[in-house]
Design a protein around this ligand. Structure first.
Ligand code: 5GP
Ligand code: MG
Ligand code: MG
Length: 182
């Protein structure tokens, strides 16, 4: 699997430094608020679990799965709920945890949804931001790092459901995609 990687963008240490910094910000901003931390499956799973372990305060976690990419590398523009939350967001301080904000369509939809469901507040914490690709008007409140317009994998992020278990974030060799087309 490691042979498929062209270059490493963020090492395990880089990711650790990012989550530590963001967790300190969250602890400060959410002190006493018992936020509902929502992990957007599946890409954000590693990030969310590392992040909340560094926030030494009360919080709750929940999971939501929405379709955006399927097995391709382009967004369809359509957002569908595949798994909804267990918890109610009404009157809660909601923190959406995402792996990457790309076109912004997914988060634009979720922000509106949680506001309709009467959340007290809705904020976004994303490991990566790819602002060059933005289509929907979305602003992340907490950003781990800004990435160039490249398709990244690892640390939860997949290509065709593979590479989520890489402990770092990298870019695939072109032949990995070429292989799929042939
Ligand atoms: P958006 O709705 O902002 O276009 O993107 C939603 C989802 O697409 C992200 O949460 C992520 O799961 C996926 N995505 C966007 N960019 C990338 C990328 O560079 N690599 C991978 N593996 N997934 C991406
Ligand atoms: Mg995602
Ligand atoms: Mg994906």
């Amino acid at each position: 699997m490691e042979n498929d990687i062209l270059k490493v963008l963020y090492s395990q240490q880089d990711i650790h430094d990012i989550t530590t910094r963001l967790a300190a910000e969250l602890r400060r901003d959410y002190a006493g608020k018992n936020p509902l931390v929502i992990c957007i499956l599946k890409g954000a799973i590693m990030f969310m679990t590392d992040l909340v372990r560094e926030v030494d305060d009360y919080l709750e976690i929940d999971f939501m799965d929405v379709s955006s990419y399927g097995n391709e590398t382009e967004s369809s523009g359509e957002v569908k709920i595949l798994k909804d939350l267990d918890a109610s967001v009404a009157h809660r301080d909601v923190l959406i945890v995402e792996d990457i904000v790309d076109t912004g369509r997914t988060l634009h939809y979720l922000m509106a949804l949680f506001k309709t469901r009467q959340a007290n507040s809705v904020k976004i914490c994303t490991l990566m931001d790819k602002p060059e690709r933005r289509i929907a008007d979305v602003h992340a409140d907490y950003v781990g790092t800004t990435v160039p317009n490249e398709f990244v994998v690892g640390y939860g992020l997949d290509y065709a459901e593979r590479y989520r278990n890489l402990p770092y974030i990298g870019v695939l060799k072109p032949e990995v995609y070429a292989h799929d087309e042939g």
